[in-house]
Write a protein that binds this ligand. Sequence first.
Ligand SMILES: [Zn+2]
Ligand SMILES: [Zn+2]
Length: 144
Amino acid sequence: MTDDLHGGCLCGAVRYRISGAIAATGVAYCHCGMCRKASGAPVMAWATFPAGAVWLTGGAPASYASSPKALRQFCPNCGTQLFFTYTEGEPEFDVAICTLDDPSLLPPRYHIWTASILPWFETADSLPRHTDDGPDWSPYRAGR
Ligand SMILES: [Zn+2]
Ligand SMILES: [Zn+2]
């Protein structure tokens, strides 16, 4: 068992804890246009956990349904994008890695939606790249 992970938004109003006993099922860079718009950054990095691994320890995030089956949660005070969940299928919880107090603890293992990658953005890595929502086992597969 490893230590719990802690994180939160920029202003500190929303805080969360991830159980160290539960491993992420996926850790990926997402190059999709909706993550880009929501974050204002060229790419977002997400870690997926089974529902129940992530606990709010302070504040309450606001939500936005970015598609009929997706909910994005963010701090209502400072706007930091924190969580992503599908409203149908397997109960999973995506955490924006860079909101962790120590984002270096969860390095991405692959890229998804590289069909939408910005022409001026490149990362110097040899991680697997998927033009869509990822490999069959990926928690990011559409509809899951
Ligand atoms: Zn905040
Ligand atoms: Zn995305």
